[in-house]
Design a protein. Structure first.
Length: 165
């Protein structure tokens, strides 16, 4: 597997270089110039179509492998930053494991926090999931104190905390 990683990294690095672009352009130019020699035959067209299809097919896998590796590395770096920063919320570590609906829910939540920050003084005032959970739990405790034995709000507070993890 390490050999494939090395090959994929090298191939994608070289495929994205100006030299690779120049060579690909020259191949197309030479192919176009040779058209009259081959009377623009079907075989002449098939050569470029087959060549580009094969190269594209193989490059998709090489590029995808390199992007997957880069993506994992970026996620690990971000997780390290979240884990090391005292004020950061650990709820977002491994967020890439969430499904699309859960990510959309978090996105809506952060839009709401951004709106709160705008109303409360712009970018100098921030909110976090942890802060919101603490605020919600405090409200739930206050509500329970006013209501006596009602158990609904603490359960909602616990569910809210689980949904944000």
């Amino acid at each position: 597997m390490h050999l494939f990683d090395h090959f994929a990294n090298s191939a994608t690095r070289h495929a994205g270089s100006p030299l690779a672009f120049f060579l690909a352009t020259m191949i197309v130019v030479v192919w176009g110039i040779t058209g009259p020699m081959f009377q623009f035959s079907e075989t002449w067209q098939l050569v470029i179509n087959t060549g580009t299809t094969i190269i594209t097919f193989l490059m998709v896998f090489l590029i995808q492998q390199s992007q997957n590796k880069d993506s994992v590395a970026v996620h690990l770096k971000l997780n390290e930053l979240l884990a090391s920063h005292r004020a950061a919320s650990n709820h977002l570590i491994s967020i890439e494991e969430l499904d699309e609906d859960e990510l959309r829910q978090l996105s809506d939540y952060y839009r709401h926090l951004a709106d709160l920050a705008d109303r409360e003084g712009g970018v100098k005032r921030s909110h976090s999931i942890d802060e919101a959970n603490e605020n919600h739990a405090a409200k739930a405790r206050a509500w329970q104190g006013r209501r006596g034995t009602a158990q609904l709000m603490p359960a909602v507070a616990e569910d809210h905390g689980k949904n944000m993890e």
